[in-house]
Write a protein that binds this ligand. Structure first.
Ligand code: MG
Length: 375
C-alpha cells in the first residue's frame, strides 16, 4: 500500500496490546474480502448465491452428491424443474465435498399433498458434517415433540419459533455452523449452530454437544474436522433447491487472529508478523525519507524491536536537522507533513516505543506551538 498521511494506523486509535494485535481503527488490518451478494429466492425462482459461495446443488444434477451408504455410489434421488426430490427408500444422500465450519443455505419444500402427522409428515433433515441433524419437517399445523420441530437441533434443542410456511412452499434455512473443537481428549470449544428459518431466528448460537441421534441423549466427544452435508430420506418426497455454503475463517482457538479472545502468545506472534510486513513495506518506500521513517516508526507499535527503534531514532535525528534548517516560509509550506510527523512522534513516545527525550519530539512540539497548529 502506498504510504499516505492518513493510512498510518498506529498514529490514531488505542495501540495493540497483549490480547489485540491491531490498534483501534488500524489501516494495517486487512480489508474485508469483497463479495458480490446474491439475490433472494421467490417461490417460483431460486435466488443467486453470493459470489464466493461453493454451490452444492444448482438445480441441474446430483453430480456433487453420493449415496450416504458408502459416500461413493451415485445419489438416486430425482432432479427436475430446478429441484431434487427424495425418492423414498433410495436412502440418504451426501455431498462428495467435505467441510467443517460454514454458512450454509438450503431451501426445501414438503409435498403439497399432506400425508401423515407428527414426525411422519414431510420429514427430512440437514445433517451438518453428516452427524448433527438440523431437522426438516412440515410443522405447518402439525404438532410434534419440540426437540423434533423444523430447525430443531434434533433431540437436543427445540427451534425458538415455528416460522414454517404451508406445505408445497419453499422454506429457507440459513445456518451458521461452528463445529465442536476437541484436542487431546479435551473440549476447547463446544461448537455452535445458528439457524434462520425464512429469515426468522430459530437457533441462536446453540452450543453443540456432539452428534445428534434418535431417542438417545447426545454424548459430548471428539468431533471430526470436516464431513459431508447429508440429506435424509425419511420416506417423504421432499424437495430441495439452491444449496450452497461459504467456509468460515478459523476461530482464535484454531489459530484465527480475528474475533477476540486471542491468547497472549498468539497475539505476540501476530504482532511480530504485522511488524515484519510493515518493515518490508517501509523498505519499498525508502525513496521517500518521511514515509520510510514513519512506516518504521509505526512498526514499533506491533513489535518494539531495538534495531528498528535505533534506526528510527537516527532517521528522526536527520529529519530534525532538516526541519530546523527550514526557513519560516518552508515550515508553513510543510504544514501537513510536519503536523503528521508531530502526531506520529507524539503517539510513539506516549506509548513508550521511543524515548521521551527524543530531540525531534521537543522540536516538533515547539514548531507546532509557535505556528499555533495545535489550536
Ligand atoms: Mg429428520
Amino acid at each position: 500500500m502506498a504510504y499516505t498521511f492518513n493510512s498510518a494506523a498506529a498514529f490514531y486509535g488505542d495501540p495493540p496490546d497483549a490480547r489485540h494485535p491491531w490498534a483501534v481503527h488500524d489501516m494495517n488490518r486487512p480489508q474485508p474480502k469483497l463479495v458480490t451478494p446474491g439475490t433472494f429466492s421467490t417461490q417460483d425462482q431460486a435466488g443467486k448465491p453470493p459470489s464466493d459461495a461453493i454451490v452444492l446443488f444448482d438445480g441441474k444434477d446430483l453430480s456433487g452428491w453420493a449415496s450416504a451408504k458408502d459416500g461413493v455410489a451415485p445419489a438416486k434421488w430425482k432432479v427436475e424443474d430446478g429441484h431434487m426430490e427424495v425418492v423414498p427408500s433410495t436412502g440418504d444422500i451426501q455431498t462428495r465435498e467435505q467441510f467443517g465450519d460454514c454458512q450454509l443455505h438450503v431451501e426445501w419444500a414438503a409435498p403439497t399433498e399432506v400425508k401423515g402427522s407428527s414426525q411422519g409428515r414431510g420429514n427430512s433433515g440437514v445433517f451438518l458434517m453428516g452427524i448433527c441433524e438440523i431437522q426438516v419437517l412440515d410443522v405447518y399445523d402439525n404438532p410434534t415433540y419440540a426437540d423434533g420441530y423444523a430447525a430443531s437441533v434434533y433431540g437436543v434443542n427445540p427451534a425458538m419459533v415455528n416460522a414454517i410456511k404451508p406445505p408445497g412452499q419453499y422454506q429457507v434455512y440459513d445456518i451458521v455452523f461452528r463445529r465442536p473443537v476437541w484436542k487431546e481428549g479435551k473440549m476447547l470449544d463446544p461448537g455452535y449452530v445458528t439457524v434462520f428459518v425464512n429469515g426468522v431466528l430459530a437457533q441462536d448460537a446453540t452450543p453443540l454437544e456432539g452428534p445428534t441421534g434418535h431417542m438417545k441423549r447426545t454424548i459430548p466427544g471428539p468431533f471430526p474436522e470436516k464431513g459431508p452435508i447429508k440429506l435424509q430420506d425419511h420416506g417423504n418426497p421432499m424437495r430441495f433447491r439452491n444449496i450452497w455454503y461459504r467456509p468460515l475463517p478459523p476461530r482464535p482457538i484454531e489459530g484465527g487472529t480475528d474475533g477476540g479472545f486471542l491468547t497472549e502468545a498468539a497475539t505476540t506472534a501476530k504482532r511480530q508478523a504485522i511488524a515484519a510486513d510493515i518493515r518490508a513495506d517501509a523498505e519499498k518506500q525508502k525513496g521517500n525519507a518521511v514515509a520510510y521513517m514513519l512506516r518504521l516508526m509505526e512498526s514499533l507499535a506491533y513489535e518494539k524491536d531495538s534495531a528498528t527503534a535505533k534506526q528510527v531514532e537516527e532517521l528522526a535525528a536527520t529529519y530534525d536537522a532538516a526541519i530546523k534548517a527550514l526557513t519560516p516560509d518552508d515550515v508553513k509550506a510543510k504544514k501537513d507533513e510536519i503536523r503528521w510527523v508531530h502526531g506520529a512522534v507524539g503517539y510513539t513516545v506516549r506509548n513508550g516505543y521511543l524515548p521521551e527525550s527524543l530531540p525531534l519530539k521537543a522540536d516538533l512540539d515547539r514548531i507546532v506551538k509557535e505556528q499555533k497548529w495545535d489550536k
